[in-house]
Design a protein around this ligand. Structure first.
Ligand SMILES: NC(=O)c1ccc[n+]([C@@H]2O[C@H](COP(=O)([O-])OP(=O)(O)OC[C@H]3O[C@@H](n4cnc5c(N)ncnc54)[C@H](O)[C@@H]3O)[C@@H](O)[C@H]2O)c1
Length: 256
């Protein structure tokens, strides 16, 4: 049976770890040729070799999404070496956990770093691949969060919550602007997913994980693989009339 993403070329940012790695592997399983991008080139390579080891098609490149010129150059390189990109997953993201009520300079540095990756990075990569996506009626999948809607009580930066609200706003506004080109723009909103992003806080403060679990009807933390199905769905032909939406993959966190 052909995969849901057959004949697509899919770019995934932050594909060297966690959710991005799982999405890259899942997309390849569905038949896409995957371009794994990460600022840590070795991890992007490792994701690509996992895919190739499973018989899939993959390429890996080093890209820091905060470097706008590098994003533009990367899109040109991928167009010539791989082909026309038809799926973009804006997944690369960071978090910092210093409070806004703490040292003002520390918080401001966090704010700048978070916005540079979680918002400017999303814009840089989207603009870089926009001509290809518009030409090919492509799909964009942005990675939002529970924090696209609410803040959470575990230590989490105000800047992170602000950035993820921004990702949802960007998703809606871009969907509105690109609808006429047949480009669908949607987001996935993960709940607490066990990845290196939060490994330190999970290990140091299990009681904080419990705060999450008490608020999660499915009663467990998520794994990167829990995000793969929604990400495949949104990139596939199945949701042909869905744009500007977010699919929450949060174990039901936002229902209570
Ligand atoms: N883990 C969670 O609980 C959770 C929940 C909601 C949303 N998210 C979001 O999911 C996405 C992936 O997070 P994760 O948990 O897999 O994190 P992760 O830390 O495991 O992976 C993030 C990857 O992004 C890469 N990256 C970071 N900055 C980059 C940059 N400037 N340019 C290119 N690559 C860069 C890292 O090298 C890493 O490989 C993020 O956008 C995150 O905000 C995660």
């Amino acid at each position: 049976m052909p995969g849901l993403l057959q004949n697509h070329i899919a770019v995934v940012t932050g594909a060297g770890s966690g959710i991005g790695e799982a999405i890259a592997i899942g997309y390849a399983r569905e038949g896409a040729a995957v371009v794994a991008l990460d600022m840590n080139g070795a991890t992007a390579e490792s994701t690509a070799s996992t895919i190739k080891g499973q018989g899939g098609k993959a390429h890996a490149f080093t890209l820091d999404v905060t470097d706008r010129a590098a994003c533009m150059a990367m899109a040109r390189e991928i167009a010539s070496k791989v082909g026309a990109v038809s799926i973009l997953v804006n997944n690369a993201g960071i978090n910092r956990r210093n409070p806004v009520t703490g040292d003002a300079d520390v918080f401001f540095k966090d704010w700048q770093d978070i916005m540079a990756v979680n918002l400017n990075g999303v814009l840089n990569v989207t603009q870089a691949f926009l001509p290809a996506l518009r030409a090919g009626k492509g799909r964009i999948v942005n990675i939002g969060s529970i924090q696209s809607f609410v803040h959470v009580r575990t230590p989490n930066s105000v800047a992170y919550t602000t950035s993820k609200h921004g990702v949802l706003g960007f998703t809606k506004a871009l969907a509105a602007e690109l609808g006429k080109d047949g480009v669908r723009v949607n987001a996935v909103g993960p709940g607490l997913i066990e990845t290196p992003l939060n490994a330190q806080v999970r290990a140091a403060k299990p009681e904080l994980v419990q705060v999450f679990l008490d608020h999660t009807p499915l009663g467990r933390a998520g794994k990167p693989e829990d995000i793969v199905g929604p990400a495949i769905f949104l990139a596939s032909d199945l949701p042909s009339y869905v744009t500007g939406s977010i699919v929450m993959a949060d174990g039901g966190y936002r229902t209570i």
